[in-house]
Design a protein around this ligand. Structure first.
Ligand SMILES: [Zn+2]
Length: 552
């Protein structure tokens, strides 16, 4: 194995900038790209089996992270002095190959799981899914947004039917409208569409996969939906999950629409208007029959803490998900281990490094919490569990930072903020970046809805100001062209595939610099009395303001 080049970055402090006020004694603290490399390499090695929750991979990963936290000198941050917050999850698997088909014009056309269709093991806590000839209905974007005067359902009786919907929101393709134009609102997310399907009483919901509005290819859909499914344990899962949740390939949908004399593109255009009403797909029906094996299992979040000296009840949160997809379907090379080196070995390593350099410096006035979430890949479940069962009150959580999939592309002039425009943490970030001769690049793909796709979101929904900072793309070597090229290559060849593996030729200097920026920003907040907030235009501002009385 090739030796990774040694890269040590000493923190740079600019005395004349009031925005950056690191505590005394911090001059010795340094971010080590070597440590980051070692952590990524370890947690993404084949031995860790792709870090799936409730597997041997979980044991190895959570033990490794706990040992590292112990070694750097932070304290256990979980309930009752533990390193862990237990997270009960319901786990469901489809037994064997599911029988899935559409009936059209007296013919039955079977759909192959993973090829034409990707159906999740039911999240309704049932042992068998048995839907016979449920009427298929096209539901546009599947959006009901009263505050935007938009309703794709128009009060139609949909109980027991199976809906087909488009991904993203109604103004994604036109770029202009009530849903943020190109930017994706929460209405564009498949999670929302399934939740709405449950509210509408549908038996099932199939999202048509189109690469541009989904922002990822079919391989991602297939790999994320056809393996073991998890949810947090719920009293009434049917409130949020229809019986069948799945995706259908665009070509398959077009064929189906044609068979019943409908034009997919024409219906899509209609779905981009307020006037859209549900369209019954002739006499086409959907059938599904499969057994579901389910059990309740326990996974865990890892929590560490450095208590504040002056205001310990006020918390700055740093988090990254530790989990990935585990062992699954082989890729073209026959590789079955989804190593998740970038996603999210980089985040694990970055938060470990933050814990290390904070622990090496003087204690801050406010508390610092370092979180490693489980089951992000199964739907942000570890962070959702924490947000519903917070160990440290969300009302006095000052700010949170989420790290998910940094780029090993070397130093960049910029950092990206996913879902930029949400909070004024960005203003503080920009000041820190300026002091380091760097800049902030706003969300380059707001249409992908990444703000709803990682672990800050369960906290954001509940009003905690959260920043999801990602690696920049304007690289010192190669500029934006090189940054974009890496992004495109990663998305095509590695994202959520077994090929997301550690590469000893990576340049981790950029990740080290980004960790340094987060350290400076965190230090500043942890030694201040500031309370960042959502901007007035954010949908999350009202929920934060509701708890204003709980903050000094
Ligand atoms: Zn991730």
């Amino acid at each position: 194995m090739k030796r990774f080049p040694s890269l040590i970055f000493t923190l740079v402090f600019v005395a004349c900038t009031t925005a950056v006020t690191p505590g005394r004694g911090e001059r010795g603290a340094s971010v080590s790209a070597d440590r980051i490399a070692a952590d990524i390499r370890t947690v993404s090695s084949d031995a860790f089996l792709g870090r799936a929750p409730a597997t041997r991979g979980e044991e190895l990963t959570t033990s490794y992270i706990r040992d590292r936290l112990q070694a750097v000198g932070v304290q256990p941050g979980g309930p009752n002095g533990s390193w862990f917050q237990e997270v009960p999850l319901s786990q469901s698997d489809i037994v064997g190959a599911p029988s899935l088909s559409v009936g059209v014009g007296g013919q039955t056309i079977s759909l192959k799981q993973g090829e034409q269709i990707a159906v999740r093991a039911s999240m309704q806590n049932v042992d068998r899914v048995d839907i016979q000839n449920a009427p298929l209905v096209f539901l546009g974007y599947g959006v009901r947004a009263p505050e935007r005067n938009w309703d794709d359902f128009k009060g139609e009786q949909l109980r027991g039917k199976v809906g087909i919907v488009l991904v993203n929101d109604p103004d994604f393709e036109t770029g202009q409208g009530d849903f943020g134009g190109k930017a994706m609102t929460y209405y564009g997310r498949w999670t929302y569409k399934y939740e709405e399907a449950a509210r509408q009483g549908l038996a099932g919901m199939l999202v048509v996969h189109e690469t541009a509005p989904a922002s990822y290819g079919w391989a991602t859909v297939k790999n994320s939906n056809t393996n073991t499914m998890f949810d947090i344990v719920r009293d009434n899962p049917a409130e949020v999950h229809p019986l069948v949740e799945g995706w259908i390939q665009r070509d398959e949908a077009i064929r189906l629409f044609n068979a019943v004399g409908q034009d997919f593109e024409a219906l899509k255009r209609r779905a981009q208007t307020r006037e859209f009403r549900p369209v019954a797909l002739g006499n086409a029906t959907f059938s599904a029959n499969y057994q579901v094996k389910r059990q309740t299992i326990r996974s865990k979040n890892i929590l560490a803490r450095l208590p504040g000296t002056a205001r310990p009840d006020e918390t700055i949160l740093f988090g990254a998900h530790w989990d990935h997809l585990g062992v699954g379907a082989p890729d073209a090379r026959g590789d079955t281990i989804y190593n998740g080196a970038v996603d999210n070995g980089t985040g694990i390593a970055a938060v470990l490094e933050l814990a290390r350099i904070f622990a090496a410096g003087p204690r801050t006035q406010r508390s610092l919490v370092f979180a490693f979430w489980t089951a992000e890949e199964k739907g942000l479940l570890g962070s959702e569990y924490y947000a519903s069962n917070p160990v440290y009150p969300l009302e006095t959580t000052v700010a949170g930072f989420n790290i998910d999939a940094l780029s090993p592309t070397g130093r960049a002039r910029d950092v990206l903020v996913v879902g930029s425009g949400q909070t004024d943490i960005e203003d503080r970030l920009q000041a820190v970046l300026a002091a380091n001769n760097r800049v902030m690049t706003p969300d380059a793909t707001p249409e992908a809805g990444y703000f709803f796709r990682s672990d800050h979101f369960p906290m954001a929904k509940r009003g905690v100001p959260m920043l999801y900072m990602d690696s920049g793309i304007d690289l010192l070597t190669g500029g934006i062209t090189a940054g974009r090229a890496f992004d495109a290559r990663y998305r095509r060849d590695a994202y959520h595939q077994p090929a997301d593996e550690y590469d000893s030729t990576w340049n981790l200097a950029g990740i080290a610099e980004d960790v340094m920026v987060l350290h400076q920003l965190g230090l500043q907040l942890a030694n201040s009395r500031d309370w960042p907030n959502y901007r007035q235009t954010s949908e999350f501002r009202p929920v934060r303001d509701k708890s204003a009385a709980k903050r000094p």
